[in-house]
Write a protein that binds this ligand. Sequence first.
Ligand SMILES: Cc1cc2nc3c(=O)[nH]c(=O)nc-3n(C[C@H](O)[C@H](O)[C@H](O)COP(=O)(O)O)c2cc1C
Ligand code: SF4
Length: 594
Amino acid sequence: MTTDDSAAVEAIVNEFAADRSRLLDIVEAVQRRSGYVSDEAVQAIAMGLQIHAVEVEDMISFYAFFDRHPRGRIRIRLSKTPVSFITGANDVARAFEAALGINIGETSADAGFTLQWTSDIGMADQEPAALVNGIVLTKIKPDDVPAIVAALRQHDDLALARHAIANAVVRPSLVQAGPLLTGPFDHGAGLRYALALAPDQVIEAITASKLRGRGGAGFPTGTKWRLTRKSKGQEHYVACNADEGEPGTFKDRVLLSDFADLVFDGMTIAGYALGARHGLVYLRGEYAYLWEALQAVLKTRRALGLLGSNICGHAGFDFDIRIQLGAGAYICGEESSMIESLEGKRGAPRDRPPFPTERGYLQQPTAVDNVETYVCAARILEKGAAWFQGYGTAASSGTKLMSVSGDCARPGVYEVPFGITVNELLDLVVAADAAYVQVSGPSGQSVAPKDFGRRIAYEDLSTGGSTMVFGPQRDVLGIALQFAEFFVDESCGWCVPCRVGTTLLRQGMQKIVAGRATLADVTETEALANTVMRMSRCGLGQSAPNPILTTMRSFPELYEARLQPGAFAPRVTLQEALAEAVEVQGRQPVAEEV
Ligand SMILES: Cc1cc2nc3c(=O)[nH]c(=O)nc-3n(C[C@H](O)[C@H](O)[C@H](O)COP(=O)(O)O)c2cc1C
Ligand code: SF4
């Protein structure tokens, strides 16, 4: 590292006031400047923060977007999901390999390009998609690739290259707005109503609306806010989970790009209700392209007096929001991992209790809520709890944003009332011949046509919103294998049941998909899946077996058809063998299911 480089790293560390909790930002800035984080940079960062270099190394090794060794100046990351593959991602990959003269996973000899796969980048409705040094390319066709590569070679300045690439556009994704996303919208409308109430009354309004978290788990938001408010701490924090890493979901991207003001309004309302002065948005690294626009919205809100000191003239209510960029780790969507990452550490999940409501960011009470949850909160304060409860079902009030992709004519984001059936949703997106729907992403449920009458609601098919539709021509078990691979890639490696278990599950599925498995192999895979589900430390490992177990339950005939020909005749049926899975899932088999 030259003297110039050392000075640059030192300047970066100082830009973040040599604050240990900003290590993620510091490393991100070094990576952006140099393309990797050298040994010398690690030492300089450690010295600047007065921590051990091992701590810096450890953190860097956790995140997919950081490198310890030089890679290509231009980094092409192709989105790897079942939806990208059915829309032609493999052909696009071959076209990039041909145009660059390298294979996936390689860097060109002149260090100009690195080509690789990455997990879903949040563009499932416009796949095949890719990230090129943070620039999003969508709907790439193999024929587009030579022109993309030529533009990247021609322009040193990627901002210029971007204008020369027709695919460098994120298309509007909102297909159907409902009451939540229908205007008129007035800056700070919900916040003004909130400030007319006492903080406790704001929490009461949220509780009365029966709002439940939109990130997947469905925890009652009013309860979470009440617990956070009553927890003692020097500070209280409001955190917005914008990690949106579940393959197939992109509704938070739409909210952040088209309705950011509502998101920030909800966060500010939470700040008032909880007695917090600081809000944090954890924005997934894949959405870095939204950074400037989000900062502009924050700036406007400050100018309008909707952030800052004495907000809306309310003496003593000070609140502002900082955006933290993530660095490519699905586990950082899990709330305790997200908090670790916000503190500039590896995103390893924490043991709970204590829950974040008690000890979250910097060990202070923290409410972590999903992007959509904050939008709901803002609208509830503006329009009232009764208005919100007027939509949905008794146990699932309001509407839900569904991200729909795959084999359907109209992919995109749909705002639908809770209680809608899978069939009704399929009609909306025009997917008449759907043969399999993956609800709530890989960690959710694999639903067969016989279950398309089930409802999207916390009391039936609970979902964060990801909905991948597959037609009869798709290989259901092959897709389950891709999900198994996703969890191998994304396991944080902390606990054995998940680290080893996900790898063994992938092996089991590989054998099944290849037609080399006997019934004994299938039952062994199922037993292992149950063990991983029971024994894993956090939600990632606990839900990783879902695609395997739920495809076994929904499509037993497909597993039976794949059994090794000529293997010993099964003495039990697959349905019998799956009894344990059904028990663990907590749902009794019904006649039409088995
Ligand atoms: C592996 C894993 C990934 C998660 N990813 C997200 C995510 O990307 N966005 C999100 O809001 N919640 C995610 N969650 C759920 C969060 O832990 C948490 O429940 C949620 O942010 C709470 O917000 P809510 O109550 O508004 O839903 C994830 C959970 C797990 C176990
Ligand atoms: S379950 Fe997986 S992701 Fe969670 S702590 Fe264990 S290894 Fe990490």
